[in-house]
Design a protein around this ligand. Structure first.
Ligand code: AMP
Ligand code: MN
Ligand code: MN
Ligand code: MN
Length: 297
């Protein structure tokens, strides 16, 4: 791929999903770019939750390091009682509708976090808001991940997985239902900003087969074009399952580590298994949105 445009071959190392300190990752956009490049990533995207503030920094660093780059974001959307994540790739990070949408989602985070903290206090865990805020830095960015880091650090749980199993999920102390974007809004903002909407880690949603079918139909009707097949949030069995879903729905396939922090994520940046050869890839459809590295010299 180096220095050339599309078409890219199947061997290209592509990682189109990860998080920086601008949402719930622990590395800055620049440090992430260095880690991606060191791990062999050739086409990279940063996809912070409901935030575009790291994209320009990531792009600058990526192109300097010789990587190809796609802009990105991961939007939280409410779908019935579930929260879905919609990745937008190739978006204009300055588009007013997209930016206004992201701001509107973020403003609810602090209020939710205070309610989560109250709920944890009733379960005997006090001071969780202040503890989580230390990890988030900014109350508008505070997420369950920051609560999880705090509860591990203070010895309440051994690892983030245990936190989510015992707390912060539906029916458990610390869970507070929240209204994010609608699915229609999330997809529309991404499309208006010139990007492609991709259903993130479909294997993570507790949907029946019928409900998943309904979601995929609705997503496609709204203009969604892609689905994550290979992601750090999927098991190897789900890689196969969602490759088949991509074939059946005609959605283009995406892949990304969903890397958040060293030692925390199942798959490191650039460490993804290969995508099945036969699937149409989101990066081929996004060829004209890819930023190419500056030529040396
Ligand atoms: P929020 O946007 O505040 O609801 O937080 C969602 C974030 O929590 C996700 O983006 C993940 O980073 C993290 N998360 C959700 N479930 C788990 C889990 N079972 N284990 C570890 N992290 C999780
Ligand atoms: Mn996250
Ligand atoms: Mn996600
Ligand atoms: Mn993610």
């Amino acid at each position: 791929m180096k220095g050339h445009g599309p078409p890219y071959n199947e061997q290209v190392n592509v990682d189109l999903h990860c998080h920086s300190t601008i949402s719930d990752g622990t590395l800055t956009p620049e440090t992430l770019a260095q880690r991606a490049q060191a791990n062999g990533v050739e086409l990279w995207a940063l996809t912070d939750h409901d935030e575009l503030g790291g994209v320009a920094r990531a792009q600058e660093a990526a192109l300097d390091l010789g990587m190809h780059f796609l802009t990105g974001v991961e939007i939280s959307a409410s779908y019935g009682a579930n929260t879905l994540h919609i990745v937008g790739l190739g978006v204009d990070p300055t588009h007013p509708d997209l930016c206004a949408g992201m701001t509107s989602i973020r403003t609810g985070r602090e209020r939710r976090a205070r309610l989560m903290s109250e709920s944890l206090a009733q379960a005997g865990i006090t001071g969780a808001f202040e503890g989580a805020l230390k990890y988030a830095g900014n109350p508008n960015l505070i997420s369950r991940t920051h609560f999880a880091r705090h509860l591990v650090k203070t010895g309440v749980c051994r690892d983030p997985n245990e936190v989510f199993r015992r707390y912060l999920t539906p029916g458990k102390p610390g869970f507070v239902p929240h209204q994010w974007a609608t699915l229609a809004d999330a997809v529309t903002w991404i499309r208006r900003a010139g990007g492609m909407a991709i259903l993130a880690h479909p294997g993570r949603y507790p949907l029946t087969a019928n409900q998943e079918y309904a979601l995929l139909s609705e997503f496609k009707t709204l203009g969604g074009l892609g689905i994550e097949v290979i992601t750090g949030s999927h098991s190897p069995a789900e890689f196969i399952q969602y490759a088949q879903v991509a074939r059946e729905t005609g959605l283009a396939a995406s892949c990304g580590s969903d890397f958040h922090a060293p030692g925390e994520s199942r798959i490191d940046l650039g460490d993804l298994p290969a995508m099945p050869d036969d699937l149409p890839k989101v990066w081929d459809l996004l060829a004209d949105r890819i930023h190419h590295p500056r030529l040396a010299g």
